[in-house]
Each structure stands twice: as structure tokens, then as C-alpha cells.
Design a protein. Structure first.
Length: 162
């Protein structure tokens, strides 16, 4: 029982440190004109959990087709809680409209805290596709993400970028 409480305390500390770090990165990123911030919510289907998260979106090429989108998510479910830290890149498929379609991937770190076992850290690979608005100061988006890992996940997300 003591190990379970220690694992949960360690997870809470990890979440707090990550949230502070993500807030610092996003605060610095907002001051740069080419960088967008995003807020997201989603369903972690394999864990039967609901999550929230945030990230930054910055172009890495002059033609604004390749983007770096580091983000973090925290999900709570009846069977387990999950924290993910992601270093996603995606490519915007050229469109002639006010909608962007993308595909991408990147490394992921998942910290899973099941109700009946100790917390577990897992490294994985995100594979994602999405669609989002390109015009206006607040732009909605939707994304489907698969996390290839020992404790893999399928995540359906929606959010806004600003």
C-alpha cells in the first residue's frame, strides 16, 4: 500500500513540474509572432479516459508546411490516469481553402497510473492526422492520434489555436 501512495505522490509531482514547464514554454512562445498556442480536450479510447492539454505550434519551414507542435495532456479515467508529453511534427497538405489538413508524428512519453498497479512510464511514437481552420484569431481543430507503445492509446481530440 505504501508503494501505491508513493507512486501516486510521484505522479502528482511529475504532473505539477510538467504543467509548470509547459506554462513557461507557452508563455515564452506567445511572445513570438509566428508561434500559436493550442488548448485541447479529448477522449483516450483505450483507457476510457477524458483528457485536457495544451501545446504550441510553430512553423519550421519558410513555406509554412512543416510544423513543430510540442504538447502535453493529462487524462483521468475510471481505470487509470495518464500524462503524455509529445514532440509532434506535422506536414500541412496543400489546400485551396480556409481549412488545413495535416499528417504527422513524433516521440511520446506516457506516464500511466492504473488504479490497481504502480505507475508506469512508457516511450512511444505518435501517428496523427487532423483538420483545422486557418483564418481568424481563434481557429478550431480536430485530430486523431494513435500512440504506438506498450501502453498504446487512440486519442480523438478537438481544440482551438490562437
Amino acid at each position: 500500500m505504501h508503494k501505491l501512495h508513493s507512486a501516486r505522490a510521484a505522479l502528482r509531482i511529475t504532473i505539477l513540474v510538467l504543467l509548470c514547464g509547459a506554462g513557461s514554454v507557452m508563455g515564452a512562445a506567445v511572445s513570438h509572432a509566428a508561434v500559436d498556442t493550442d488548448l485541447r480536450a479529448g477522449v483516450f479510447m483505450d483507457a476510457d479516459a477524458v483528457g485536457i492539454g495544451a501545446g504550441v505550434l510553430t512553423p519550421v519551414t519558410r513555406d509554412n508546411r512543416w510544423y513543430f507542435n510540442p504538447n502535453m495532456e493529462v487524462a483521468a479515467g475510471s481505470r487509470e490516469n495518464i500524462v503524455t508529453m509529445n514532440g509532434d511534427f506535422h506536414y500541412d497538405i496543400p489546400q485551396r481553402s480556409s481549412v488545413s489538413v495535416w499528417m504527422g508524428g513524433g516521440p511520446a512519453v506516457l506516464v500511466t497510473d492504473p488504479n490497481d498497479r504502480p505507475a508506469h512510464t512508457d516511450l512511444g511514437l505518435n501517428l496523427l492526422t487532423g483538420v483545422g481552420g486557418t483564418q481568424g484569431s481563434v481557429r478550431p481543430f480536430a485530430q486523431l492520434k494513435g500512440v504506438v507503445a506498450d501502453q498504446g492509446q487512440v486519442v480523438l481530440q478537438g481544440g482551438v489555436r490562437f
